[in-house]
Design a protein around this ligand. Structure first.
Ligand code: 6PG
Length: 479
């Protein structure tokens, strides 16, 4: 037994993670893939890395020192279950199986429980940063037991990205907590991407600027408070010219966005938890809307204004869009952290929200300067009920809310869809409202279903005899 860590599944993410592990002082990496060909390729292409290859699970287990620790990097779902079953056969109590894929957190909870019965530790770990991150330093969100963290912590710290001197990994919480947090990370990723896409679309259609010109605007924004990986790569994508046609590549790419499911999971989970993640939901739905060409074709003749070049002062509009993007982004992150807080309460996870914001500062897809502001907010008030209410963000809204309203108004007037911008603004106005029309909804519910209501001026639960003499009676609370 000579390896301290193993990787199972050597597709791009697994290979890159294995190379990352092997490149760090103190690690010797056992590698295994279902077909030996991929193992062979990795060995041939990277002679610099000291791998211990295995061609069977038995060999793989024998090459690992105890407690054996293996990271699974295979497709979520059945392939993951199959590998877990095989590892259980050859591992012993105290060993650690880590699932580094994008697993659905209820699956992780189920697997952790089942594997724990064998005495083996199971850790669901979210890993963000794409292929490049896996190789050079991802942001890692492990769940699982405290016992497994003792062994796993130093190994994961050795490969994680570093932000402000700190490794981008923390023990998120027990069982499925890591995959839950990774899921919400992806939901925020969806919202952030959609907001950026809306900003681009608004600027392009309302000012007539070219993708190359807008690339420069994003590059400029990336030097200010919007500084982030997603803004940076947006400029790169917009700058790209298609070799075949000589046109901007963004005009050649089919405008139907794909999705592998993590955004939808975030929204589904939020619905069950009763957490309004409207920005994430709009971003997820915007991808769905784009991906129905048959519907878009039959709706294309519906009337609307001509959106081209509708603004008088392009520079002022672009600055408004920047501010609206920043404000909407605060809402998206606030909603995402709200979901993590609610998930932690529901599943009994002790999640440090400030620590989450810190491990997202580097390595992951949503890495941004902005995460420091979130970390500051939670450092000041760890149990902050609404992230965006923190003083720094309140000040940002003071600066941006008028611009945000102008942008949403301009979008509506010009007929440019801005679902994430406008729903974020509605959320903002809803959460800060003194009174909401929810009172009327309660009245309606009581009218047709005797669902009862509470009063602002006294304790108790009430019902109006709507079909009788319309007097009010005390009632049993039926929500
Ligand atoms: C990451 C990414 C990664 C994956 C996305 C893509 O954090 O590194 O989130 O996990 O690339 O899940 O998701 P969609 O295909 O659904 O856009």
């Amino acid at each position: 037994a000579s390896a301290n860590i193993g990787v199972v599944g050597l597709a791009v993410m697994g290979s890159n993670l294995a190379r990352n592990l092997a490149s760090r002082e103190g690690n010797t990496v056992a590698i295994f893939n279902r077909s030996y060909e991929k193992t062979r390729t990795l060995l041939d292409e990277h002679p610099e890395a000291e791998f211990v290859p295995a061609s069977t699970y038995e060999e793989f287990a024998a090459s690992l020192s105890k407690p054996r620790t293996a990271i699974i990097m295979v497709k979520a779902g059945r392939p993951t279950d199959a590998v877990i079953d095989s590892l259980i056969e050859v591992f012993e109590p105290g060993d650690i199986i880590v699932d580094g894929g994008n697993a659905y957190f209820p699956d992780t909870i189920r697997r952790e429980k089942a594997v724990r019965e064998t005495g083996i530790n199971f850790v669901g770990a979210g890993i963000s940063g794409g292929e490049e991150g896996a190789l050079r330093g991802p942001s890692i969100m492990p769940g699982g037991s405290d016992e497994s963290w003792v062994t796993l912590g130093p190994i994961l710290k050795s490969i994680a990205a570093v932000a402000e001197g700190e490794p981008c990994v923390t023990h998120v919480g027990h069982d499925g907590a890591g995959h839950f947090v990774k899921m919400v990370h992806n939901g925020i990723e969806y919202a952030d991407m959609q907001l950026i896409a809306e900003a681009y679309d608004l600027i392009r259609r309302a000012t007539g600027k070219t993708p190359a010109e807008i690339a420069e605007i994003f590059a400029e924004w990336n030097r200010g408070e919007l500084e982030s990986y997603l803004i940076e790569i947006t400029a790169e994508v917009l700058r790209q010219v298609d070799a075949e046609t000589g046109k901007p590549l963004v005009d050649i790419i089919l405008d139907q966005a794909g999705a592998k499911g993590t955004g939808a999971w975030t929204v589904q989970t939020a619905l069950s938890l009763g957490v309004p993640v409207s920005g994430i939901a709009e971003a997820t739905f915007a991808r769905s809307l784009s991906s129905h060409p048959e519907q878009r074709a039959v709706a294309a003749h519906l009337p609307g204004p001509d959106a081209t070049g509708v603004v008088d002062d392009p520079d002022a509009f672009i600055e408004d869009v920047r501010l609206a993007l920043y404000a909407s982004k605060i809402v998206a992150y606030s909603q995402g952290f709200d979901e993590i807080r609610a998930g932690a309460a529901e599943y009994d996870w002790n999640i440090d929200l400030g620590a989450i914001s810190k491990i997202w500062r580097g390595g992951c897809i949503i890495r941004a300067q902005f995460l420091n502001r979130i970390a500051d907010a939670y450092a000041e008030t760890p149990d902050l009920p609404v992230l965006m209410s923190a003083p720094y963000f309140a000040e940002a809204f003071t600066r941006s809310q008028e611009a945000w309203r102008r942008v949403v108004t301009a979008a509506a007037n010009a007929g440019i869809p801005a679902p994430a911008f406008s729903s974020s603004l509605s959320y903002y106005d809803g959460i800060r409202a003194d009174r909401l029309p929810a009172a009327l909804v309660q009245g309606q519910r009581d009218f047709f279903g005797a669902h009862t209501y509470k009063r602002i001026d006294k304790e108790g639960t009430f019902h109006t005899l709507w079909s009788g003499d319309r007097t009010e009676i005390e009632a049993v609370d039926t929500h």
